[in-house]
Write a protein that binds this ligand. Sequence first.
Ligand code: SF4
Length: 426
Amino acid sequence: SMRVEAFVCPFCGALCDDIIVETGNNGDVKIENACVLGTRKIMARTRGRITKPMIGGKEVSIDEAIERAAEILVNAKKPLLYGFSSTSCEAHSAGIELAELVGGVVDCTSSVCHGPTILAIHEVGVPSVTLGEVKNRADLIIYWGCNPMHAHPRHMSRYSTFQKGRFRKGRISRKVVAVDVRPTESTKLADEFIQVEPNRDFEIFNAMRAILNSGDCRGDVIGGVPKEKLKKLVEEMKSCQFGVIFFGMGLTHTYGNYRNVREAILLVRDLNMYTKFAIIPMRGHYNVTGFNEVCTWQTGYPYAVDFTRDYPWYNPGETDANSLLIAEDVDAMLVIAADPAAHFPKQAVEYMKRIPLVVIDPFESLTSKLADVVIPAAIAGVEVEGSAYRMDGVPLRLKKVFEPPEGVLSDEEILKRIISKVKEFL
Ligand code: SF4
């Protein structure tokens, strides 16, 4: 039996690091502190696993699968390596190296979630803080276009709304505002819910900046919100001691796209003339932030990096996975730690079916069903250690509680072995 404390939950971007996992001799497992999603991830290791390497649906040895994967990447003119949000930074580093070696493109799931956030940050920077500072200091918390109770179930209890902090007594010393297009289980927990019209966030932030900077704005109702309500909100933001906006895909995947986030950041920047204010994206998968970090160290760019010119080239909208698949501009694909067939538009998935596809994953998925080569992987953060970055950019060390199935390698080892094979071929 074994008891692992301060275990890091490898599911969502909140990366809770206070989980306790106890394993008994008779195979029973006890998990403390994790939410339903986290518990499910930690317990998932026995269900739906890919058990054997396969080529064309036939079981092969791991060496054969690795050799075939390397061959596919070397023979392609422009292979796409995609995924990475549910694996360790060590695997990211190897994946980026492999993409450069084979002269392909490397991209992560950012391009379909917070990619626009990153584009906004390129333009105007980001006044950010850690979740620890939010916990200890924030007296005004705004959740905008996100539903933490659904996607990051412990976010409100561990880092913000309900948590006690050094200078805050918990729920009573924090004001919580939720802004969304419809009521959700999270908006119910807020002191105030501001319902906005879909696709009008840019106008609302812009009006709030006008109110903050000049005392007034044009129009009586902006994006479905009466001006007086916005004035009250701006006053609350201006007069709090430490405020934070957490935002989700309600800003990044609606009209305005990265401009919404840009305007939200500019509002936060303006607010810092009066008080301390910060803004943090609610990053979804547990280590999508890690990929952006590692990719930036290694290539200078955070995602969607094209190596076909022998130097890194970055142009989201052209070099991201979806754009490349829809333009039929890649001729092979390796997917690791993600399930694009479940999330990409039909046109992109149809094209994925037509090109050689290698999938590395612990679990069967819609994508693994389409693959020509399937390589089973150990579950990062459950069966192998590694590093991951929380949504606020704080790196944490993933722990291991179980042994991987016999003969199953980690993502990092698989990628490193593909790299060695590719070097033999080149
Ligand atoms: Fe895991 Fe996220 Fe739940 Fe925390 S909130 S336990 S990181 S799934």
